[in-house]
Design a protein around this ligand. Structure first.
Ligand SMILES: Cc1cc2nc3c(=O)[nH]c(=O)nc-3n(C[C@H](O)[C@H](O)[C@H](O)COP(=O)(O)OP(=O)(O)OC[C@H]3O[C@@H](n4cnc5c(N)ncnc54)[C@H](O)[C@@H]3O)c2cc1C
Length: 447
């Protein structure tokens, strides 16, 4: 492998954000006559799709309580739809099925979706919701549901296939992607804080602009950039200093090894991705014991690439100093951050709670395949897209980001000198200014 000694644009990470930025930037450089994909180098310490993008469930939805997130997601859905084949995207739609404590939040999401022209249907009330769901699935039996938001756009994409599709599009534009090249430190300019070179395990690469798209490794790169470990956050009229910039959550997902075609709608179609939250008590489908009487949530979809019905439940907070969290080996290879029996019991029982077809299926859960993985979150659990040290663009999606394929396009526009109104609400300065995003009643940290 020959590693260049210099590049104009150095992108760290070949996940959704690094690849999307590279592809769109290459197109924009060419269109404006300012350069081409040959000016862009992506380095990845492992390979394309080695991080969170390669293990993501792949759900693409608009359902967000935060207006800025919704507008950004609508933009990303346009990008998914622009080349569904290359991105391995399945536009089956998405449903948020909710209990009473979330009804008002979800109603407001629906209203604002109408305002931005994002097609969806809102079903209000317990009886109407049950009727609507039984119209789709005659074995529907979830309890405690009082509203349904049915997004007609969105759906899911196949994680690794979409990353390789995106990588091929970037390479076709002349972008170079180097696997096995790890950034180990940065070289700082003598008269400014700008980065002049990446020091890697394959030598020094001088660069003019750096884009960081390292997903769960962002805490490590942030430290190498000598950015603050703790920050000031203004929220609800209070100012807190020394808030840790990063924290980890572990995502819990898995696959029920059934024939994916068993989960279809009454009229034989592949269903929307279902996300169900409820405060109805959840009992084990294995032994009838109470699993929880607090609000819980799951999501699921039939997925041939996972070989069954795949999905997940609420993540759990990793209660460790972020510098001590073992991000490597990542995902299914981690000895620590993969799902265990509690998740399997909860998720399979929750499936059975929602639809009769899943009753008694827990033995088919794919125990032989490890699943789950870490996500790295900001203080308010929403992304930071911003420029640091004059020439380092950090894309830190706070684990929202497989669906955000359009962010790379907007970042590329900003690198070309055009500010993006859609990215503006995600600047780092929002923490100190107290311009945080509103929070919802969802049990998930990313809704
Ligand atoms: C189990 C799970 C399920 C998820 N499901 C969904 C979902 O359904 N929908 C959704 O929208 N989001 C989902 N997410 C979140 C989403 O996957 C991430 O937010 C997103 O993929 C992050 O993309 P990224 O490009 O920033 O990083 P990644 O995809 O993690 O890529 C980062 C890359 O950087 C490389 N790298 C790291 N450090 C270095 C270094 N020092 N030098 C060189 N290379 C380096 C890594 O090898 C890796 O390939 C899920 C996350 C997890 C963990």
């Amino acid at each position: 492998m020959t590693v260049p000694q210099a590049t104009k644009y150095a992108i760290i990470g070949a996940g959704i954000h690094g690849l999307s930025t590279a592809f769109h930037l290459a197109q924009m450089l060419k269109a404006t006559g300012k350069g081409s994909g040959a000016d862009i180098l992506i380095v990845d310490k492992t390979a394309v799709a080695a991080g969170a993008s390669g293990i993501a469930c792949g759900v693409v939805r608009n359902n967000y309580f935060q207006p800025a997130m919704r507008e950004l997601m609508a933009h990303s859905v346009d990008v998914w739809e622009s080349d569904a084949k290359a991105y391995s995207y399945h536009p089956v739609g998405y449903m948020q099925i909710s209990p009473e404590c979330m009804r008002e939040d979800v109603a407001s999401i629906y209203e604002q979706q109408q305002a931005i022209g994002y097609e969806s249907v809102f079903i209000d009330g317990a009886e109407a919701s049950a009727r609507y769901m039984k119209g789709l699935f005659d074995d529907w039996q979830a309890q405690g549901i009082t509203s349904v938001l049915h997004e007609k756009r969105g759906g899911y994409a196949n994680n690794r296939a979409s990353m390789h599709g995106l990588a091929a599009k970037a390479e076709a534009e002349g972008v170079r992607i180097l696997s096995g090249v790890e950034v180990q430190s940065f070289e700082f300019g003598s008269n400014s804080g700008a980065i002049t070179a990446l020091n890697t395990n394959h030598g020094r690469i001088a660069c003019e602009t750096v884009v960081v798209g390292v997903g769960p490794w962002v805490n490590k790169i942030w430290n190498l950039l000598e950015l603050p470990k703790t920050i000031t956050v203004k929220a609800n009229g209070k100012v807190r200093s020394d808030v840790p910039m990063w924290k980890f959550w572990c995502l819990e997902e898995g696959t029920l090894g059934v024939d994916p075609t068993m989960h279809r709608t009454n009229d034989g179609r592949f269903p929307p991705v279902l996300h169900v939250d409820t405060d109805a008590p959840l009992y084990s489908d294995r032994d009838g014991k109470l699993i929880t009487d607090k609000i819980w949530g799951i999501y699921y979809k039939p997925d041939f690439s996972f070989g069954g019905v795949q999905g997940g439940a609420s993540p759990y907070k990793v209660d460790q100093d972020p510098d001590q969290v073992a991000v490597d080996p990542y995902g299914p290879d981690s000895p620590e951050f993969v799902v265990g029996e509690d998740f399997i019991d909860m998720w399979c029982s929750a499936l059975a709670h929602c639809q009769k077809r899943f009753e008694g299926q827990m033995p088919l859960y794919k125990r032989e395949e490890n699943s789950g993985g870490l996500g790295c979150f900001t203080p308010d659990n929403f992304p930071v897209f911003d420029l640091f040290r004059e020439n380092v663009y950090v894309i830190a999606d706070s684990n929202h980001g497989y669906k955000m394929i359009g962010v790379g396009k907007l970042v590329a526009q900003e690198l070309m000198g055009e500010k993006s109104a859609l990215l503006e609400p995600f600047r780092f300065a929002r923490f100190a200014k107290g311009e945080l995003h509103p929070t919802s009643h969802s049990p998930f940290p990313w809704s």
